[in-house]
Design a protein around this ligand. Structure first.
Ligand code: PMP
Length: 447
């Protein structure tokens, strides 16, 4: 074993890991990266179809980001936005974000991560309704299977049952409704009907709780970590209608979907969602440095600005100057390359076409994609979409065979998911799909 892997096993606790299992075999050591490829300690090249954790949108070798960090480190490596201070990168980035985020979102509260965004959202929503004299509007409605982060607030907003069970102390006044998952829950013809029915669960929940008690609805435009659940077209317009009707704030968690992933700058534009608050992280710096932010709609911002009490909230690294400088460089490089248009018009349609070919594979019950996220449902029987026995852990097997084939693909149960860097070329998509097919073949042969 590489001595560093051994040291890692002895001293490092990894996120979302089973320690006895991981420490016995040792973690995969990634030493360097180039373009869309990562390299392990044996020098093996692996195509990273997950962009790290959905974040290295501009790939691993984006020079302007590296230069921006270096220059900012020399000028002002740290300062904060507390106590009536600011710094040039925070001021410039907030302005740039007001330009690229959906219309009507012109203020940002900076955080250090996606989880911190969602902690911020809980506090900001309640601060807002208090300021409006509607302190009873407290409950936030979220969705089962959602992922909103790993802090206690993030885990509580999220709909991951194992996280709730382990945490024990869940933030009160959060309820969950179903997500619009069509695979397995309905036939292709019933997709739009199911989308409407799942959205209307929001209305039922509001009626049950009483609209005067409901503060907000939070959702990822496309559920990511829950298995790339792409909503039917009927879903979001109905959600928007319900939020407007009952005066419920709509929070779009765009930590994954933001910054070009769906072929628009934000998925709220893709789905015509008008969020009151929008959470972002990951792609804001292409993952080069930790940064997040909550965009605030003008109407909400006006209320916050009019209150005379202090919003007692913030993080040491809220709007870290080096992270902000990298985010500015990242957005400008995205604009220079016109990457969002390229994704929408060229790369995402090509990925969709190639990815769809995988539906022919005997193991695949469905191959779906939207923009630069995609999923495969692994099944035992393509005609009935019956799953393999859970104990076979076929998703995890396939993930391991992907690595053997030189590809990072993630397994969510028996759903295989990808979110490749936005800079991926058509040739690299061909390579991605051929490696995925090879891994599917090996998985099938192993059964
Ligand atoms: N929201 C969503 C939609 C996410 O996918 C994630 C992370 N995958 C988070 C929040 C949490 O972000 P972080 O890990 O930066 O705290």
């Amino acid at each position: 074993m590489n001595p560093l892997v051994k040291q890692d096993a002895e001293h490092c606790f990894h996120p979302f890991s089973n320690y006895s299992e991981l420490n016995a075999k040792g973690a995969r050591m990634i030493e360097r990266a180039q373009g869309i490829y990562i390299y392990d300690d044996a020098g093996r090249e692996i195509l990273d179809a997950m962009s790290g954790l959905w974040c290295t949108n501009m790939g691993y070798s984006c020079e302007p980001l590296i230069n921006a960090a270096t220059e900012q480190m020399k000028k002002l490596p740290y300062y904060n936005l507390f106590f009536q201070s600011t710094h040039p990168p925070a001021a410039e980035l907030s302005t740039l974000l007001a330009e690229v985020t959906p219309e009507g979102l012109n203020h940002v509260f900076f955080t250090g991560s996606g989880s911190e965004c969602n902690d911020t959202v809980i506090r900001m929503v309640r601060y807002y309704w208090n300021a409006k004299g509607k302190a009873d509007k407290k409950t936030i409605i979220s969705r089962r299977n959602a992922y909103h982060g790993s802090t206690i607030a993030g885990a509580s907003l999220g709909g991951m049952v194992p996280m709730h069970q382990q945490t024990g102390c869940i933030v009160p006044d959060i309820v969950h409704i179903d997500q619009p998952n069509t695979f397995g829950d309905c036939s292709a013809e019933e997709r739009e009907k199911l989308g409407l029915e799942r959205a209307q669960q929001l209305e039922l929940a509001i009626k049950k709780l009483g609209e005067d008690n409901v503060a907000a609805f939070i959702a990822e435009p496309i559920q990511g970590a829950g298995g790339v659940i792409i909503p039917p077209d009927s879903y979001w317009p109905e959600i928007q209608r319900i939020c407007d009707k009952y005066e419920i704030l709509l929070i779009a968690d765009e930590v994954i979907c933001g910054f070009g992933r769906t072929g628009e700058w934000f998925a709220s534009d893709t789905y015509n969602i008008k969020p009151d608050l929008l959470c972002m992280a990951k792609g804001i710096t292409s993952g080069y440095l930790p940064l997040g932010g909550v965009m605030v709609a003008d109407e909400v911002a006006e209320v916050l600005k009019a209150t005379d009490s202090e919003f007692t909230h913030g993080f040491t690294y809220s709007g870290h100057p080096v992270a902000c400088a990298v985010a500015i460089a990242n957005i400008k490089e995205m604009q220079r390359q016109d990457i969002v248009t390229k994704v929408r018009e060229e790369i995402a349609p090509y990925l969709a076409e190639k990815w769809a070919e995988l539906a022919e594979h005997p193991l695949v019950g469905e191959a779906r994609s939207k923009g630069m996220v995609a999923a495969l449902e692994l099944v035992q029987d393509k005609t009935t979409n019956q799953r393999y026995d859970k104990s076979l852990e076929i998703g995890a097997k396939c993930r391991d065979y992907c690595i053997e084939a030189g590809l990072v693909m993630r397994a969510v149960g028996d759903t295989m998911i990808i979110a490749p860097p936005l800079i991926i070329t058509k040739e690299e998509i061909d390579l991605l799909v051929s490696r995925a097919k090879k891994a599917l073949d090996t998985t099938l042969n192993s059964l």
